[in-house]
Design a protein around this ligand. Structure first.
Ligand SMILES: Cc1cc2nc3c(=O)[nH]c(=O)nc-3n(C[C@H](O)[C@H](O)[C@H](O)COP(=O)(O)OP(=O)(O)OC[C@H]3O[C@@H](n4cnc5c(N)ncnc54)[C@H](O)[C@@H]3O)c2cc1C
Length: 265
């Protein structure tokens, strides 16, 4: 089986800071990691490969330093990687990101399965995986918590998490699924595996080398535009009502306040 895993390098801290002048993320001095949901995706891909044979190819679209994230996935056990790295990809919204990744995945045909993370912990949109499936015209099953491939490797059955509980969805391959926490326990690469990962193939592609519609990449190919980006103001303290000395007075004060806020009819 050929399993493709799109992975994203993200800043390590949850608290992303924004430059008020340029209105972009401040990345300088912030350590980067593989998006945690993508580690579940890579682990699942490796487990499936260990059972059925084949190869795991990771793809990332990102700046030169995204190579560190690629190396981590290769050390976990992925076989090779594609790195889409070009100024022409910069400024991409989720659609232009998915378009570039889908074009890269097309170069890997025939593929059997694509496993993306549920969402990236910086962008947080959870759009890229489903958009790739839409562009490629293949079925998608999101929020996978358990995955089973049929013995003939033609179908996939996924237990997926929903707001209400779980449901099991089955479809034919090739398909795209998105991975959530709990799907597996991502392995920690050994020192030997980290050394070996340096020998594995990483193919870097510019937009021109990738082919496709060049005006669909990066900012020109992005249908959405960021109008404004800002850090929300810190919340000020709320109203404090102390009923120690005068409980009845405090209760009245609370009711008045709730009435004023429109919480009570
Ligand atoms: C108008 C606009 C301009 C933007 N400009 C920039 C910019 O200049 N620089 C910038 O860094 N960001 C920019 N962004 C943010 C960028 O669009 C998103 O980071 C990116 O499209 C992925 O979206 P997400 O982070 O919400 O991923 P999600 O949709 O939450 O990610 C889901 C999964 O998709 C896969 N995935 C997501 N991104 C990638 C990737 N790059 N490579 C491989 N797999 C991936 C992973 O498997 C991931 O788990 C811009 C966004 C907008 C709307």
């Amino acid at each position: 089986m050929r399993i493709v895993v799109p992975i994203k390098q993200v800043p390590e801290i949850a608290e992303v800071k924004i430059d008020p002048e340029t209105k972009t993320l401040i990345r300088a001095g912030v350590p980067s990691i593989v998006n945690p949901f993508d580690e579940f995706a890579v682990e699942e891909a490796i487990k499936i490969k260990e059972k059925f044979g084949g190869e795991v190819v990771v793809i990332t679209m990102g700046p030169p330093q995204a190579l560190d994230a690629i190396r981590k996935c290769l050390a976990m056990g992925a076989d090779r990687a594609l790195h889409l790295c070009d100024r022409a990809f910069a400024g991409a919204d989720t659609w232009a990101t998915a378009y570039a990744l889908a074009e890269a995945i097309k170069t890997l045909e025939p593929y059997d399965l694509i496993i993306a993370g549920k969402q990236a912990i910086d962008g947080d949109t959870a759009q890229v995986g489903p958009e790739i499936a839409e562009i490629l015209g293949i079925p998608q099953i999101t929020y996978a918590i358990k995955v089973e491939i049929s013995e003939d490797q033609k179908r996939i059955s996924v237990r997926r998490e929903t707001d209400e509980g779980y449901e099991v969805v089955e479809c034919k391959l090739p398909a795209l699924i998105t991975a959530i926490k709990g799907l597996n326990e991502p392995r920690l690469p050994s020192l030997m595996a980290i050394m070996k990962a340096r020998q594995k193939e990483v193919k870097t592609l510019t937009a021109e080398e990738l082919g496709g519609e060049q005006d669909q990449y990066g900012l020109p190919g992005s249908p959405t535009q960021v109008v404004e980006i800002f850090t929300p103001e810190a919340r000020t303290g709320g109203v404090k009502i102390d009923g120690t000395e005068d409980p009845a007075g405090a209760a009245k004060q609370l009711i008045d306040w709730l009435l004023k806020k429109g919480v009570l009819p």
